[in-house]
Design a protein around this ligand. Structure first.
Ligand code: HMG
Ligand code: MG
Length: 314
């Protein structure tokens, strides 16, 4: 494996859109995913099989993942919070049997999610952290048996909007539980976007601590940009050995259960910031900038990518 390769998980179609108030038609989401794929992104989070009462924007994820073009070698993970979400997904997948001549299945990967604090977990999934881990264990087991890859998320790894500064030892123990369940990777989410290079360093060093029980290779960084420190936090994570970064085209996003938090770090800004460094990544910067403008205009919002704005001005 190339030690300087930075894998980007493009979360725009899921994390980026889940908080939009007006319902975005599945056709627009499909168009977005197809454009991202054509721009060179190969891991694109496509939606969520969550309760439509909780997150109405993700309700038509079944239409999105069956309508988008699936390119062999690309992955289109979807979020699954419980048994019902997995069972809906498996029913859908069973009507798309794969054979060498058929297109790839709608997805081959799910992401399960929990948090470092009970308060956030209760707000996001109506159960405590330990209840959510107990709920997720059989879901992960069943998904693995069905041949799906499973990624894990831990939210509020730095700061919780309800209880403040988080204990990094708690982040570590939840990460460990998700890995023990069978997640191939755990993404550490600075949901509120209050992290700084200093706090991110302390948090990552605690999680992948000297005991070596959690190798840095199985950890990813997921930074929201509320305070403008997300690109710096990405580079802090890279300097500590993390090589997978979640980001959203146009800096889209916000979490419905994290009041005031803004979008994810913009994919364009991550790609730009890796130029002239020892790192390399995927995604064509010019094409990603175009997509950032296209989707921002479609949503009637400002493009939040700094690199996108600067490149337009040139
Ligand atoms: P609950 O209300 O306790 O669950 O919610 P319930 O079992 O009582 O179900 C309530 C209703 O939802 C029922 O319908 C269920 O059938 C239905 P009714 O009988 O009332 O008609 N339902 C479902 N429908 C479709 N798919 C399902 C499903 N489950 C139940 N899977 C629950 C518990 C977990 C369902 C709910 O809290 C939920 O869906 N939460 C999801 C919240 C979410 O998606 N948050 C955003 C993603 S996480 C995030 O953004 C953070 C991240 O980006 C990292 C970071 O930045 O930190 C990943
Ligand atoms: Mg997020």
């Amino acid at each position: 494996k190339d030690p300087n390769y930075v894998k980007i998980v493009e979360v725009g179609p899921r994390d980026g859109l889940q908080n939009e108030k007006s319902v975005i038609p599945p056709e627009v989401k499909i168009d977005l995913i197809n454009r991202l794929n054509k721009a060179g992104m190969t891991t694109i989070e496509a939606g969520s099989f969550v309760s439509p009462k909780w997150v109405p924007q993700m309700a038509a994820t079944d239409k999105v993942i069956t309508g988008m073009t699936r390119i062999p070698g690309s992955h289109y993970p979807v979020l699954v919070p419980n048994h019902k979400g997995l069972s809906n997904l498996l029913t859908l997948l069973s009507s798309h049997p794969s054979s060498p001549s058929s297109p790839p299945p709608p997805t081959d990967e799910i992401a399960v999610f929990t948090a470092a604090t009970d308060a956030f977990s209760l707000a996001n999934t109506n159960c405590t952290v330990s209840e959510s881990l107990a709920r997720l264990a059989p879901v992960v087991e069943q998904a693995l048996k069905a041949g799906l890859r499973v990624r894990g998320y831990v939210s509020v790894v730095i700061h919780c909007p309800y209880t403040g500064r988080v204990k990094y030892e708690d982040v570590k123990s939840v990460t460990k539980s998700l890995l023990e369940m069978g997640c191939y990777e755990v993404s550490l989410g600075d949901t509120v976007g209050m992290g700084t290079p200093g706090s991110v360093k302390e948090m990552v060093e605690t999680v992948v601590g000297a005991d070596g029980r959690i190798p840095v290779e199985v950890v990813a960084g997921h930074f929201h940009d509320t305070f403008g420190a997300a690109v710096a936090n990405v580079h802090t994570a890279l300097s500590l050995g993390i090589r997978t970064i979640d980001s959203a085209v146009g800096g889209l996003g916000g979490c419905p259960y994290s009041p005031g938090a803004t979008g994810n770090v913009a994919t364009e800004d991550v790609i730009y910031s890796l130029k002239d460094s020892r790192y390399h990544t995927e995604g064509d910067l010019d094409k990603m900038v175009d997509i950032g403008y296209w989707i921002s205009e479609r949503l009637g919002r400002q493009n939040a990518s700094r690199a996108g704005k600067a490149m337009l001005a040139q």
